[in-house]
Design a protein around this ligand. Sequence first.
Ligand SMILES: NC(=O)c1ccc[n+]([C@@H]2O[C@H](COP(=O)([O-])OP(=O)(O)OC[C@H]3O[C@@H](n4cnc5c(N)ncnc54)[C@H](O)[C@@H]3O)[C@@H](O)[C@H]2O)c1
Length: 446
Amino acid sequence: MKKRNFLKTSAIAASSVFIPKSLMSYEQSSKKLRTAHIGVGGMGFEDLNAISSHKNVEIVGLCDVDSEALVKSKLRFPNVKTYKDYRVMLNELSDKIDAVIVSTPDHTHAPAALMAMKKNKAVYCQKPLAHNVSEVREMRKIAEEKNLITQMGIQVHSFYDYKLATLLIQSGIVGRVSRVIAWSPKNWGYDGQNPKGVDPVPSNLDWNLWLGTAEKRPFKEKIYHPGNWRKLVDFGCGTLGDMGVHIFDTPYNALALDVPKRIRNKCRKPNGFGYPESNKVTYVFPGTSFTTEELEWIWYDGKGAPYSQKELRLPNKDKLPLQGAMFIGEKGRLLLPHFMQSPKLIVNGTYQKIDIKHYDPKGDLGPKLNDYKRDAPKHYHQFIDACLGIDKVSAPFSYSARLTETILLGVIAGRFPNKTLHWDSKKAQFKELEANVFLKGVERSF
Ligand SMILES: NC(=O)c1ccc[n+]([C@@H]2O[C@H](COP(=O)([O-])OP(=O)(O)OC[C@H]3O[C@@H](n4cnc5c(N)ncnc54)[C@H](O)[C@@H]3O)[C@@H](O)[C@H]2O)c1
């Protein structure tokens, strides 16, 4: 029996059965999952296309603070109601939607997603889950308390090569892993001046709504919107929050890690405005059944790959992929390039053939497609199918909140260059009291 029907029948049979609230709302409403989208420019437009490519979806609401983004999405969905304030949309459409897609800059993820979750909506939220640790923990708590279906937007999580790498590591192909080294040459840092003066706000943009809960400030062209907010401490999460989340995901998942206990970031002095142009973050995680007693994890961004590291030398003097991760285990190394390339096993300085049939005899991983356009919707469709009760999400907030917290702890360590911070996950506090002030953000009423 399909899970949906099972839930329906058992709910009638036994009132104690706990049905996810988001599922209940779907059950009572319509044959289609009805979605509302917050942020439909940039990645939000991709998200809208991927979600709407599922045959059981009805797009009900579109929201953006930039009217140009709204016009573009309205051309695609002419009959859908549009809004510039997500609070108005969520209140007005509360009874007409089952799920909410959040694709705004990072600082708005939590305020928008939390409002939707408080209304018992399923939420697909772009990565990183939120802008600070306190928000991430609240999102996870509410999702779990209400048993809501949630998914973070790390679409490559559902790609073949990442699932294969997870399976290989968990099958012990390199034995217990003692170190992970991960890297990206991207640079979402900014060491320029905190801008002075003010530019006229473009007529298409509602600047107050864009700022949302962040502190009020004058608008400046090319500094914040679109996209450049990533570089700025009040809005984005730098390169860690941009590429880091994607590249961290597979090792983090494969090694079943929880949050780290020690974090150190080697980077330039903070300027209070933009993130460092390069970070070397060293994490120490408590061990798991797939690691040695402790796991050391090193992340490099901003510069090219750290070729000088002995553990990153490849057979035949091959060049390291531009971005990726290396698992270093007792029996060898596994290289996972980012992205859409097969993992490579290296033992005693030579590549070894991986007999995939041995690890995946029934072909559970599915076909090796590796076509981004064709594969990317899988992660979104998985979310929709989970809301419809016929699949399970693979990056729910219970998982992605921990992954994001790990990223954010590295970001906070960038405020204290070269200093080791000690994280007490139970208390959600650093031993270094001066770092605790960065766990929470501003909550301006707007
Ligand atoms: N998963 C991926 O591969 C991937 C790729 C790119 C971006 N992202 C994520 O998507 C999010 C958006 O990034 P982007 O590059 O599209 O940024 P962007 O600045 O280009 O676009 C953000 C959009 O959201 C709108 N917006 C801003 N505040 C809003 C609000 N309060 N309410 C409604 N709309 C609002 C903006 O007007 C704009 O249209 C980020 O969290 C980013 O990390 C994910």
